[in-house]
Design a binder for this molecule. Structure first.
Ligand code: SF4
Ligand code: SF4
Length: 381
């Protein structure tokens, strides 16, 4: 049965939104959300007395990020910062086990798994898509990860549809935003002029239960139209775009292109792009032991395909040059991810562009590869 427009959407003011967060806490969740730290919008655990930042706007470009604070009272007039939710779902460092020696040999203790419930407040549509990619690999895939599953199963997602894309955003090209399709328990759209107001809708029964605890009014046609207007405006104000038509095949034919060397001249192999990317999930494993040799630990740490050691196998590293490493990263995101997981590995969040100290722009590099490929006809099959 068709639902009347707005029948399942409500309007919250700031007091009601704060009550919603309080209700989430009362339901036993630890709350993580946006917080301004070191001049950037980060995702961190929020204490009960902390409120969401207001009047924060961002300026983002290739290798450039600035926050402007003290503007209007809006809460979500900015795009994503350097953090993504992977830092909660798969922390940068995790102890996998400890081995302790006693009279009978080594005794193994598994590392502690976070068994708390997390509520993520302010998940942007590109990051919802990134979480879906991680779920595909670590929750539902053939190599599912028990630690990831344990955390993920208990996450409550409060999404925010984007009304102020940054200069490096291109989610529209990737089909991941600025609207939140699915994968959320609750979704907010900021519609206030002056005082903060939000449209809210529930995406799951858990979201409905939380929403039932919050004072709200049913959204009218004007409020729904305002939400649509702002999302439409966001679609037309994306800072970047990426032509994905045939891109995976096109890049796969560019393995020997001299352009990889041109990029390598600028790339510092710092790995910032992979750390900031919400879909990059590569890790390494390190073993440590104490000086007496009686206790050893195995740790899993985030790693980057930009390090020389990442591709080390017996006898040396497979990808010795920066050009080989950038090629690996870019073609994995935009080409071979399709073969591996049936879709692209890029959600168009723009973080790798903003946080690259050399200002290397994946959309611009893809455009140049396309330009070069179109100048040379594809070989007949
Ligand atoms: S490759 Fe860049 S734009 Fe794409 S998801 Fe990763 S950080 Fe975002
Ligand atoms: S592309 Fe930019 S962020 Fe990535 S490794 Fe190279 S210099 Fe660092």
């Amino acid at each position: 049965m068709e639902t009347a427009p707005g029948a399942d959407r409500y309007v919250l003011d700031l007091t009601a939104l704060n009550r919603l967060i309080e209700a989430v806490r009362e339901a036993g969740y630890r709350v993580a959300g946006p917080k301004v730290r070191d001049g950037a919008l980060c995702y961190e655990e929020l204490d009960p007395d902390e409120t969401l930042p207001q009047g924060v706007r961002d300026e983002q470009g290739a290798g450039r990020y600035r926050l402007r604070t003290g503007g209007d009272a809006a809460l979500f007039s900015q795009a994503v910062g350097p953090h993504s939710w992977k830092r909660f779902l798969s922390p940068p460092e995790q102890r996998l086990f400890t081995a302790k020696k006693d009279d009978r040999g080594f005794r193994f203790e598994p590392g502690a798994i976070d068994d708390g419930k997390w509520a993520f407040i302010g998940v942007r549509p590109c990051d919802l898509a990134a979480i879906r990619l991680w779920d595909k690999v670590f929750q539902d895939g053939a190599w599912a990860d028990s630690a990831y599953r344990a955390i993920r199963e208990r996450v409550l997602v409060v999404a925010v549809q984007c009304t102020a894309p940054a200069g490096t955003c291109f989610c529209l090209s990737m089909g991941t935003g600025p609207r939140a399709g699915h994968g959320f328990d609750l979704a907010l759209t900021e519609i206030g002029n002056g005082a903060p107001r939000f449209l809210v809708e529930a995406g799951t029964p858990t979201g409905e239960e939380i929403l039932a605890l919050v004072p709200k009014v049913r959204a009218g046609p004007e409020e729904i139209a305002e939400g649509e207007r702002r999302l439409g405006q966001a679609e037309t104000s994306m800072g970047r775009s990426l032509d994905v038509d045939g891109l995976a095949e096109l890049l796969s034919r560019q393995v020997d292109s001299p352009r990889w060397e041109e990029i390598a001249v600028r790339c510092l192999a710092c790995g910032n792009c992979t750390m900031a990317c919400p879909t990059c999930f590569c890790t390494t494993v390190e073993d440590t032991s104490d000086l007496t040799g009686s206790t050893a630990e195995r740790w899993r740490r985030w790693d980057s395909c930009f390090t020389l050691g990442f591709s080390y196998i017996h006898g040396g590293s497979v990808r010795r040059t920066i050009s080989a490493r950038y090629r690996q990263w870019m073609t994995h995101k935009l080409a071979t991810w399709h073969a591996q997981f049936g879709e692209t590995g890029c959600v168009g969040c723009g973080r790798c562009i903003t946080w690259c100290p050399a200002g290397i722009d994946i959309t611009e590099e893809a455009r140049l590869f396309r330009q070069a490929a179109e100048a040379v006809p594809a070989p007949r099959s």
